[in-house]
Design a binder for this molecule. Sequence first.
Ligand code: GUN
Ligand code: FE
Length: 449
Amino acid sequence: MTQMNINDLRGCKVLFSGYHAPQIGVIEAFHDAVLTLDERGTIVSIEANGDPREAVRLPKDWILIPGLVDLHVHAPQYAQLGTALDVPLEDWLQTYTFPLEARFSDLTYAEHVYSALIDDMLAIGTTTALHFATVHVPATQRLAEICLIKGQRALVGKVAMDDPNQCPQDYRDASAQAAIDGTRAVIDHINSLPDNDGMVFPVITPRFIPSCTDACLEGLGQLAAETGAHIQSHISESDWQHGYVQDRCGCSDSEAFERFGLMRDNAVFAHGTHLSDKDMDLMVTHGAGVAHCPLSNAYFAGAVFPLRRALDKGLHVGFGSDISGGPSGSLWETARMGISAARMRETGVQAQIESEIRGTKDRRIDFREAFFLATRGGGQALGLPVGTFEPGMKFDAIAIDPTRRDGTVRIWTEDTPQNLGDLLLEKLLYTVSKPNIACVWTDAINRLK
Ligand code: GUN
Ligand code: FE
């Protein structure tokens, strides 16, 4: 056995045990499998019974899973994580969030918050993230640079918001044209970053329909057609937001986005609690996806996202933490809440109602489906080669050490792989915490400090 540097596995063979979910509901386990990586950190092959000679052997207790994909992060809002959860969405934006985001005109402050965020996300295993930055071009460009330097695979968008009716005077784009020009400037900047080999991508980011004028949305739609850049926004989140768009546009969010040319392949829309069947069908037709943010939805959406319905329709779905609408930046916590929320939809919540009619049948998801959503589901929604251990995929992975005394996983003597099988993955999904995360690779390089 050759002893090699586990912090840089590019060009190596790796002997490992672990799990991935190649499709929703399907878990594959690996026991002493051999993975071959090329010089850019892409998986070339994976052999269940490969030749372990010349392979890097990871510590025997470690369990590898693909890195987690967070489909919805407001990077600046990390500064208010775990606070400001007491008022409805429309008040929360005006009272807490816009004033906080306005501070990111200060590049030093932006660097301070963004550096901490990316370090902390990587430390908990989030290897890919779809970020909303702020309205400011320089701070948004800096966020992209920080992601590149620290090695988080990231999609970064300058927030476009120009409607004076909904955005404060000191925190908005000066005009629709300014929003479009600023977005283009960030796209050009990210596309010309040196040594950016598929690590950081630009995203066209209208905040949500209420904060953008028609001219802004139209211009961003044209920019999407011209550049082919990713798109992100919020969709049908809360009665207020859903109603606002109905009143202004005379249609649902999804129909309005389609009209503006913003409903496209790999566009990712957050929340979607109020999406109708027709809305979902429209999104499927365009190849768009939903960032399911169950923690945030409990505080701001006023409803639980109809996840099972979305999955049955073949809609792309992954999880989003929605920092700071969701009070945790951990995708583990998000996935756990996703399972709980679906379960409560199934059972219903009011004991006074007869149990047969209290909930909605067959709404649950289990740990296998949640694991898929947290990994490949997110990768698929973004159209990126991440989320499984298969040839052609980037080696973005987490090594879990379940033996750490300061961690929260407990393996009992009867918990042998033979006894537990996939249920070991279930235990990990529910009980892992930061001390259990031993290595976090993107492009086969360990990014932990
Ligand atoms: N809608 C518009 N902006 C936001 C935001 O920052 N967070 C959430 N959850 N919803 C939004
Ligand atoms: Fe959000």
